[in-house]
Design a protein around this ligand. Structure first.
Ligand SMILES: Nc1ncnc2c1ncn2[C@@H]1O[C@H](COP(=O)(O)OP(=O)(O)O)[C@@H](O)[C@H]1O
Ligand SMILES: [Mg+2]
Length: 316
């Protein structure tokens, strides 16, 4: 980003004059990594006492239920654990009001299969395997038998249906699920390769039963919009992430943008803390403000600071 004072950070000027532009470098947390995972991991800072709660969940093979206000690093924690423990690509299940455990386990494309089967019959080819039309979801892939456990993020579970925790509880207790479409196949077709949630991934399923070998590393996040049933809570390890204090915010800023970024941010930090006091403000909003300031943007001008450090709750 250009740092001169004549406003050349303004990519869009609103003057209607078409011109070629070179996009300035993106903030580290908005760089979209190649699928091979070669991009540098984002830093994650966690207090020892909170990391130890994660460790308890790992030892006990229990899901970790992470609560706390928006932007306190709940979802990022799953990514940080998967990365540090080399558990492969994090499996993500973003929960919404339409989410069902069934869909997160697997989906069967019956129509696609019918179409492909008809086409290959017409061509005189062999029928495609039923496994090409069964794809395990994030939850199903996490339960597939693999050497090392996978990491699964069940994100914002409080956005889901009331029955979701109980349905999930059953799967987590037993670590197994059935794919009836495969279970009823004849003996000689007992082993079928199905697709997984991973890019180009597949796994062999025996007699329609998917049973985990090691319980996956499960991180469930909640913004507290819904209470969960006691039976569910009992099976989880609870971690409540607090909003970071000033020292921790400084540490997070320098971890993301380097020590140099801390030189002229005192006023931004104070503005952030002042605005966070009455309502919600996420840590990444501070990161955005520091990033813009470091790129030469005059953040005090004309409501720009308001646009970046806006409240997350209440009506807009
Ligand atoms: N403890 C932390 N260490 C490093 N970065 C953090 C931390 N907490 C929050 N962040 C930053 O804030 C962003 C939002 O965090 P996120 O995990 O999405 O919050 P939540 O899921 O709690 O809403 C992250 O992408 C990261 O840039
Ligand atoms: Mg989140």
């Amino acid at each position: 980003m250009s740092t001169d004072s004549n406003g050349s950070w303004r990519i869009f000027r609103g003057d209607g004059m078409p011109r070629p532009v070179t996009m300035p470098p993106a903030p580290p947390w908005r760089r979209f990594s190649p699928p091979d995972g070669s991009a540098a991991p984002l830093p994650y800072l966690i207090a020892r006492e909170h990391a130890d709660v994660v460790n308890a969940a790992l030892h006990l093979r229990r899901p970790l239920l992470v609560t706390g206000p928006a932007g306190t690093g709940k979802s990022s924690l799953a990514r940080a654990v998967a990365h540090e423990l080399s558990l492969g690509e994090l499996l993500r299940w973003p929960v919404n009001s339409r989410s069902s455990v069934q869909d997160a386990l697997y989906q069967y494309d019956a129509i696609g299969r019918l179409r492909e089967t008809t086409l290959s019959r017409d061509r005189g080819d062999r029928e495609p395997s039923i496994g090409n039309f069964i794809r395990l979801g994030a939850l199903g892939t996490a339960l597939a038998p693999t050497g090392t456990p996978r990491a699964l993020l069940v994100d914002e579970m409080d956005k889901g249906d009331v029955d979701l925790p109980n349905d999930l509880l059953t799967v987590f207790e037993e670590g197994v699920f059935e794919i009836p479409e495969l279970a009823r196949l004849p003996e000689e077709m007992a082993t079928v390769d199905v697709l997984t949630a991973d890019h180009h991934g597949s796994v062999a399923v025996e007699q329609g039963r998917v049973q985990c070998v090691e319980f996956p590393v499960v991180v469930i996040t909640s913004n507290g919009e819904r209470d969960f049933p006691p039976a569910f809570l009992r099976r989880c390890i609870r971690l409540d992430l607090p909003v970071p204090d000033e020292d921790r915010l400084r540490a997070i800023v320098s971890a993301h943008l380097g020590d140099g970024a801390l030189l002229e941010v005192d006023d931004l930090l104070q503005a952030f803390l002042r605005r966070r006091a009455p309502g919600e403000l996420a840590t990444d909003q501070l990161l955005n403000a520091v990033f813009l300031r470091a790129g030469g943007v005059d953040l005090d001008a004309e409501g720009l600071l308001d646009a970046v450090l806006h409240q997350l709750t209440g009506t807009l």
